[in-house]
Design a protein around this ligand. Structure first.
Ligand code: 5GP
Ligand code: ZN
Length: 113
């Protein structure tokens, strides 16, 4: 999609702090991290939200989630981590290219929840 921010990140038009990339998936640091290491995981193909995901895309995304979560754990040493996903405006989605949030947690007052 030509006017999608995350498609632009995938094709390199918009820079990002990349955490992980393979043929189908990219992960990069959220531009306004709610906690240190807040990361977004996206399919490279443009799918608006969970209702558009195919089982293949969903399966590949979740295949890499533990790898990325462990890389963040090693890098930032959090004491916990949230996996968050918003679908639709009413659910808090602001970028309409499917993404998972991985939010490392550091304890009370860490900025999330
Ligand atoms: P949503 O509210 O749709 O679940 O989350 C969208 C997320 O994308 C937000 O946390 C927001 O900070 C992040 N975001 C928006 N624009 C950019 C951008 O250009 N680069 C990066 N790295 N993150 C972005
Ligand atoms: Zn897109």
């Amino acid at each position: 999609m030509s006017d999608c921010i995350f498609c632009k990140i995938v094709n390199g038009e918009i820079p990002s702090a990349k955490i992980y990339e393979d043929e189908h998936v990219m992960a990069f640091i959220d531009i306004s991290q709610v906690t240190k290491g807040h990361t977004l995981i996206i399919p490279k193909i443009h799918k608006e939200n969970i209702f558009e995901l195919t089982p293949e895309i969903a399966s590949h995304l979740f295949e890499v989630v533990p790898k990325i979560a462990n890389a963040l754990k090693k890098e930032f040493n959090p004491i916990g981590m949230n996996l968050v996903n918003n679908n639709g405006e009413q659910a808090g989605q602001t970028v309409f290219h499917f993404h998972l949030h991985l939010i490392p947690r550091y304890g009370k007052g860490d900025g999330f929840g």
